[in-house]
Design a protein around this ligand. Sequence first.
Ligand SMILES: [Zn+2]
Length: 200
Amino acid sequence: MSIKQKKQKNPTSKKSTSKAQKVEKKKVNKRRSVKIKKRTSTTTKKTSRAKKKYKATSYLGEENFLANIKSYKLKKTEKYMNVSQKKHFVAILEIWKNLLMAEQDLTADKLQKNAPNFPDEADRATHEEGFTLELKTRERERRLLNKIDSSLEAIKDNIYGYCNSCGIEIGIRRLEARPTATRCIDCKTLEEIHERQQYG
Ligand SMILES: [Zn+2]
């Protein structure tokens, strides 16, 4: 550190700092903050652009995917599950399906590569834990893929978006939050209890 810098840090010598120096310092700080701001904004732009494309590499799980679904703009006189609504959900389901299939390939690779022989028991236990988790994730994704396929079939059969149990409209917003939903919110409560028991 130079003597000049030391002097500025010392509170007693602060008064001796000239006005011109202070102004210069402020200018530098301002310039620096503008630079940082610019850099941050370009990074955010890049991220959101990638999200829009739903790149296979950017799949961050079910919750994240669903949170990034662009909601459908409803017109006042629109009929429930008309052609454009169907198209909207086919697009969502197909993108989701592709992402999950890419994810499954990655997991398969991981499971194949990860078969080392650990001499230490603790290491082995940790590895096995990770392996079990990997398998669980794979199984969960496989179930989800089946649900997505069923939903795509249901769209073709014109039964998508209606409750399997009571027959009422499930609703666009609920379907966007859960595109594979087969029941209305009321009937779903029971199914969710059942699912929780299944997946632990
Ligand atoms: Zn229902």
